[in-house]
Design a protein around this ligand. Structure first.
Ligand code: NAI
Ligand code: NAD
Ligand code: ISE
Length: 334
């Protein structure tokens, strides 16, 4: 029997995930949607023959919904995930799981109380072929131990609703999770530098920002977060090891040679750059629910990222290197 999916938040990524569930992934289809933007969500519900619910809570409680996808704005994630756990339903939540570690801890506690893993977080870098290859090379120690990582997360533009803390909470959080997963190590400290700003930013956004993380074994990571870079969606991750460097390439299937130049295109946005990762993420999420064994990023991963996120906020506000300490990982997540 196909799983009936309810989607809360039918904006940019909500629409993308609805399409991939209905058109690409086997074993599930979207039966219900909800969004505070009622007109847009109703019209979408009509197009895909789904039911529209006035509130996320009603959608979660409905017998027309087996599993939930939360793709609404970041500050709304926590309440919908808690509600899904209350109903014992599997829930895929876009990152961040909550906007701070206290919110993520409430989710972890609720899941432990339910006695079962129900939550998966949308850290889809873990499903990207480039990151998977990096992880394999690190694990085989082909080039010795990793020592330093040089990373960048660049978006072409950010709008007026995008504020200084979002560079970490909404954007850098991808690397915070992906690099912890890549290195299989937690973080020990965070430091932030606010360099000279681009003229393309606005008053409430310091852009770019630099994050420096240190892992528990002393690996040094520098991450540039630059969300008004103008030229494209550009993700870098170069891992410097003892005898070699392994780095992400920009995926490109063609090149252009013309007018005295030889070039490949840069992806314009996250939809294009990570399309295969999102598809794979959903394929495995549905399959893991069918087999009753969630395998993706857990609520604990969401919490670990949020503890680091909180430390980054403190580091940014104080200008000081801030220590990070995670509590012992609960048995449910080991
Ligand atoms: P968006 O602004 O395009 O869409 C969000 C939608 O949520 C809007 O339609 C809004 O009306 C709706 N919404 C907000 N609060 C709601 C509530 N309480 N109940 C129901 N609907 C509500 O934003 P976008 O870009 O689609 O991002 C959505 C989420 O997805 C964010 O949490 C973001 O961090 C995450 N995201 C993840 C990406 C990834 O690469 N994994 C990429 C883009 C977004
Ligand atoms: P968006 O603004 O395009 O869409 C958000 C939608 O949520 C809007 O339609 C809005 O009306 C709706 N919404 C807001 N509050 C709501 C509520 N209380 N109940 C129901 N709907 C509500 O944003 P987006 O770009 O689609 O991002 C959505 C989420 O996805 C964010 O959490 C974002 O961090 C995440 N995201 C993740 C990735 C990724 O690469 N994994 C990429 C983009 C976005
Ligand atoms: C967006 O929400 C995402 O998650 C994208 O992957 C990221 O690149 C962008 O900065 C965020 O706003």
């Amino acid at each position: 029997m196909d799983l009936k999916v309810g989607v809360i938040g039918t904006g940019a990524i909500g629409i993308e995930h609805i399409k991939r569930i209905n058109e690409k992934v086997q074993g599930a289809y979207v039966t219900a949607v909800s969004d505070i933007n009622v007109e847009q969500a109703k019209s979408l519900a009509n197009q895909i023959s789904a039911v529209f619910f006035e509130t996320g809570e009603e959608l979660i409680a409905s017998t027309q919904v087996d599993i939930i996808v939360v793709t609404s704005w970041d500050p709304t994630h926590e309440k919908y995930v808690l509600e899904a756990i209350k109903h014992g339903k599997y829930v895929f939540c876009e990152k961040p799981l909550a906007t701070d570690s206290a919110g993520c801890k409430r989710i972890v506690d609720a899941e432990i109380k339910a006695g079962k893993k129900l939550v998966q977080v949308g850290f889809m870098r873990r499903y990207d072929r480039g990151y998977i290859e990096l992880k394999e090379a690190i694990e085989t120690k082909e080039f010795g131990e990793p020592l330093m990582l040089h990373c960048a997360h660049r978006n072409p533009t950010a709008d007026e609703n995008y504020l200084t803390p979002m560079a970490i909470i909404n954007t850098g959080i991808h690397e915070i999770d992906a690099l912890r997963w890549l290195l299989q190590e937690d973080y020990a400290s965070a430091q932030m530098i606010l360099p000279k700003q681009t003229s393309f930013t606005h008053e409430k956004l310091h852009d770019p920002q630099m994050l420096i993380l240190e892992t528990t074994s002393g690996i040094h990571i520098d991450l540039e977060i630059f969300v008004n870079c103008q030229f494209g969606y550009d993700i870098k991750c170069d891992v410097v090891c003892e005898t070699g460097e392994i780095g992400l390439e920009d995926p490109a299937y063609t090149h252009v040679k013309a007018k005295g130049k030889n070039y490949t295109k840069i992806a314009p946005d996250w939809q294009t750059r990570f399309v295969e990762a999102y598809d794979y993420e959903f394929e495995l999420w549905i399959r893991s629910i069918q087999t009753g064994n969630l395998t993706g990023p857990t609520a604990w991963d969401g919490y670990a990222a949020a503890v680091t996120m909180d430390a980054c906020g403190k580091a940014r506000d104080t200008g000081e290197r801030t220590l990070i300490q995670l509590p012992e990982c609960p048995a449910l997540y080991k």
